[in-house]
Design a protein around this ligand. Sequence first.
Ligand code: PLP
Length: 386
Amino acid sequence: MSDPHVPALSPATVVVAAGRPERAQGAPVNPPIVLSSTYVSQGVQQPGELLYTRMDTETWHPFEEALAALEGGEHPGVAFGSGMAAIAAVFSLVPAGGKVVLPRHAYQVTLGFADDLAARAGVEVVRVDVADTDQVVAALDGASLLLVESPTNPMLEVADLPALLAAARERGVLSAVDNTFATPLGQQPLAHGADVVVHSVTKYLAGHSDVVLGAAVARTAELTATLRSYRTLHGSIPGPFEVWLALRGLRTLALRVERAQANAAELARRLADHPDVVEVRHPSLPTDPGHERASRLMTGYGSILGVRPRGGAPGADAVVGAVRLWVPATSLGGVESSLERRRRFATESLTVPEDLLRLSVGIEDVEDLWRDLDRALDRALRAPAG
Ligand SMILES: *Cc1c(COP(=O)(O)O)cnc(C)c1O
């Protein structure tokens, strides 16, 4: 994949240049979408020959190659029908009766999946504070899998990924990083020693809140083959159009991430000084517990904010009800700014404050975003009762 005579391209170029069709006179600039469930074939299947779309189809390949290039992987990514399908494939690597180490704050369905494994397959699930390196390392004894998020959802704790991944490797523990929040532009977990990186492509990579998709990139050819085989056996495949849309979205990832991160850092700074705000969590703030680590390990600080307005959960709900430009919705990573109070879900971890709003900062003009939030805080928290 890498030619020593060609200098490595910057990620901002890779998102534009990777996964293009071969250049030939009259060839299209973008890969075509092939809508075919089966391929002409007879006799014994030759290596690389397409047979049936649940097994493989050419419309997946450009995206799978582009994501691997971005994550610094040597083997193509494996696209799945959703982020959870990719995460389920990773959990399938845990034997019955095995042990899994997970963040105490993480994507809710990931935690739910692990609980289900515990109930059905006798898997021991240990939830840790990923910011506490000693605690994570201590939990790794006898583990089969370490699955990390950094920054975590929705608390934005930052893990010392190189330290955790090295400790997992030394102990023969398989390691996976959910890189959805940071994106490969923010950090490349494979370079820090991860065995596999997973994404909810639904979020930043696709970036327009119009597609649900997942992907994994594995360190080795063996692990890549295992994940592909899982996808074929479980049928957890993406549709060709979804993958094509994700590649289209990926083309602007660098621009979107740059703008969204700048907006997020500016809003974090202003909200931290806002009289109606109790706490702001974002690694860009010098006072944030993850600031030093994120400055050292990440490029940028991401564009998710944790904000606790005055007035507890009712105050937070009132803010969500008062915004006009920000979209009250779950999910994140779209071009549009959105927000929600996480504890509105009964399944959210009880260590997440009841009044925590998770803000997904988009690419709009930052002054418009600020005015809407400021006005919503004012209206929600100063409105006369009744
Ligand atoms: C959304 C999300 C997922 C799940 O992805 P889907 O595409 O919704 O299945 C997993 N991890 C994180 C961090 C997410 O934000």
